[in-house]
Design a binder for this molecule. Sequence first.
Ligand code: CIR
Length: 263
Amino acid sequence: MSAGRSFNFTHAIVRIPSRSVVKGLTSVDKGMPDADRLLNEHLAYTNVLRAIGARVTVLPRLERFPDSVFVEDAALCLGGSAIVLRPGASSRYGEAGMIRPDLEKLFATVIDLPGPGFVDGGDVLASDSELFVGLSARTDANGFEALKAVAEPLGYAVRPVHTPAEILHFKTDCGLLDSKTIFSTEALADTGCFSGYRVITAPVGEEAAANLVRFNNSVLVTAGYPQTVAKLESKGYEVIVVASYEAAKLDGGLSCMSLRFSL
Ligand code: CIR
């Protein structure tokens, strides 16, 4: 187990949002996203990743898959291995097969998650040593068992955790800050799921900032959450604020829009 492997990365994969993104899945009506604005926000997000050291592979838009910009849900990248997942929403299942050839170009090892279960990448939080896998409406017990069987040989313990019913994915409410520290909503942290880790909680009223991204020395935080920025900076983290208003209308956070890994 190498210290920092959960946030020291060399590469990222993003996918250009389709025009059909306006038909993406939503749990709550937050208004229809504007496809042009989403594209611009996505471009800015991609440029931030480049600026902090990522070699970014930009995949083409997939009109058949409205949610395909949320590339994190289709695969899990752990060091030199990529796991092709089985997204749990029927309209998204085919995204996994679409990304497989792109993963093959980059990774020495590409593993297909065995069926019959389902796992969305948004339900998987990786620390250096462990995967937290949130059981949710998208990730089921069979998917958990399959992921455990695949990830343990790669050197990860695999911990089942509960995704609160009111959120889409486990990582909707949390993100990794460093090898031993997790940023989380109070509600999720209160479940005790992060035992053994230090937890910094999102300020009350700024729960939507919980889905942050640590990439090398930077922590990407969604725009609009000033108390979160102040709290993280006061603890020594280098924060970069990234606008993601349109993706948020589709329940998408910052982590959903990239796969991050080291080769
Ligand atoms: C969905 O419901 O699948 C998309 N509209 C949002 C996916 C967000 N992905 C993520 O949190 N990893």
